[in-house]
Write a protein that binds this ligand. Structure first.
Ligand code: SF4
Length: 370
C-alpha cells in the first residue's frame, strides 16, 4: 500500500490527546494543547505567529514540527447556486475534490441556506464501480486525516470569503459533512475515523455527530468494526443493486461481500447503534431500474428498517450509462411507496460541473499529462 509521508505533519491530524502527549514529550505544558486547538478551530489560524497567547518557545516548536494547511485550492467551479466543486492540490501534487451542496430554494434552514460538504477520503479509488468516475484511473493513495480536515477548512474559508470575508464561526454555515466524495472511506478506516473525531469533538470543529455521514460501497467487516466507534455518525451504504446479479455486474465489491454477507452486517450495525441506515440507490436505465428491482429493494429495505435515497444517475463522459426518464423513475418509486418503504428521490445537482465524484480531478490529471 502506498503510504504518503509528508515533509511536515499537519496540525490538522492531531487530536487533543495526541497533541498533549507531544507537548509533554517536549517538556512543554500540556494545557497549551487546548489553546492550540482553539486557535485552529475557533479562530481559524493559518499560521503560528498569529497564536499570540502562546509563548515563543511553543510557537517555535510548532513551526519546526508541523505545518497547518496541507492542501491548496486550485479551482472552484460552481453550477448555478446549488453546487460548487473545489479542486485541491496536495503536497505530492495529487488532486482531490470537495463539493459544496446547497439546499434548493424552499428547503432552507432557519439560519439561511443549508449547506452540505461532500469530502473525499482517498486519491482515486480501487473499488472500480462501473458507473463512477473516481475509479477510472485506479487508486493512488489514502488521504491523511489532516487532508480530510483540510477540505473542510478550505471550504469553510471559501464560503466565508463569498459571504464578505469575515468568518463568523469556523465552519461558516456548513451544516452536514458526508464522506461521499472520491474513494472508499472504509478502506481508509483509521484516517477517516480520526477525522470524524476531530470534526465532532468540542475541542475540534464541534459538529453534531448526526450531521456526519460515512458512506461505503459495502465492505462488510469494516461496517462491523465501524459499529464500535463511539461517535454516533450516520451510515449510508451504496447498494445500487438489490440482487447479487445486478449488484455484482456494476460493483466488483459485491463478489467479496455479496448481499447475504452485506445485509446482516448492516443489520448488526443498525442494531448496535440503534440508528436507521440509509441505502443509496443510483437509478441507471436498463441496469437496475426495472420494477422487479424495485420490489427486491423494498424487501431488503424493510428487513433493515432502512431509508432509501434514490439518485437518478449523473452521466459520466466515456461511460455508457444513462439516467432513466422521469416516467421510469416515478414507476420505480411507486413500487417503494406501495411497499411502505421510507425513501426520497434526490434532486440532481451540478450536471454542468463534472459533479459525479472524480470527474473534475480526472480532467485536471489529463490536462496536466497532455
Ligand atoms: S462509487 Fe465510491 S467505492 Fe465505487 S468506485 Fe466510486 S468512489 Fe470508489
Amino acid at each position: 500500500m502506498a503510504v504518503f509521508k509528508p515533509e511536515k505533519e499537519s496540525l490538522y491530524a492531531e487530536t487533543l490527546d495526541s497533541l498533549t502527549a507531544k507537548l509533554t514529550e517536549q517538556g512543554l505544558p500540556s494545557f497549551r494543547a487546548g489553546q492550540i486547538m482553539d486557535w485552529l478551530y475557533r479562530k481559524g489560524a493559518k499560521d503560528f505567529d498569529s497564536m499570540s497567547n502562546l509563548p515563543l518557545s511553543v510557537r517555535k516548536w510548532l513551526a519546526d514540527s508541523f505545518c497547518i494547511m496541507p492542501a491548496q485550492m486550485v479551482l472552484a467551479k460552481a453550477a448555478g447556486d446549488v453546487t460548487e466543486k473545489l479542486l485541491l492540490e496536495l503536497e505530492d501534487g495529487s488532486y482531490i475534490e470537495t463539493v459544496i451542496l446547497r439546499a434548493p430554494e424552499g428547503d432552507e434552514a432557519e439560519d439561511g441556506a443549508r449547506q452540505t460538504l461532500c469530502v473525499s477520503s482517498q486519491v482515486g479509488c480501487a473499488y472500480g464501480c462501473k458507473f463512477c468516475a473516481s475509479g477510472l484511473d485506479g487508486w493512488k493513495r489514502n488521504l491523511l486525516a489532516s487532508e480530510i480536515i483540510a477540505q473542510v477548512m478550505t471550504a469553510a474559508a471559501h464560503i466565508a470569503e463569498q459571504r464578505g470575508g469575515e468568518q463568523a464561526r469556523t465552519l461558516s454555515g456548513i451544516d452536514n459533512i458526508v464522506f461521499m466524495g472520491m474513494g472508499e472511506p472504509l478502506a481508509n478506516f483509521d484516517n477517516v475515523v480520526r477525522a470524524v473525531e476531530i470534526l465532532h469533538a468540542q475541542w475540534g470543529l464541534g459538529l453534531g455527530a448526526r450531521r456526519i455521514t460515512i458512506s461505503t460501497s459495502g465492505i462488510a467487516p469494516q461496517i462491523l468494526k465501524l459499529a464500535e466507534v463511539p461517535v454516533q455518525f450516520r451510515l449510508a451504504v451504496s447498494l445500487h443493486g438489490a440482487t447479487n446479479e445486478v449488484r455484482g455486474a456494476i460493483m466488483p465489491v459485491n463478489k467479496a461481500y455479496p448481499l447475504e454477507v452485506l445485509v446482516p452486517a448492516i443489520k448488526k450495525f443498525a442494531q448496535t447503534r440503534g440508528r436507521m441506515v440509509t441505502l443509496e440507490y443510483i437509478l441507471i436505465e436498463d441496469v437496475n431500474d426495472a420494477l422487479s428491482h424495485a420490489a427486491a429493494l423494498a424487501d431488503i429495505t424493510r428487513e433493515l428498517h432502512a431509508h432509501v435515497n434514490l439518485i437518478p444517475y449523473n452521466p459520466v463522459p466515456n461511460l455508457p450509462w444513462k439516467r432513466p426518464n422521469y416516467r421510469r423513475q416515478k414507476a420505480f418509486a411507486e413500487v417503494l411507496s406501495r411497499a411502505k418503504v421510507s425513501f426520497t428521490i434526490r434532486r440532481q445537482k451540478g450536471d454542468d460541473i463534472d459533479a459525479a465524484c472524480g470527474q473534475l480531478r480526472l480532467r485536471m490529471e489529463k490536462e496536466r499529462t497532455a
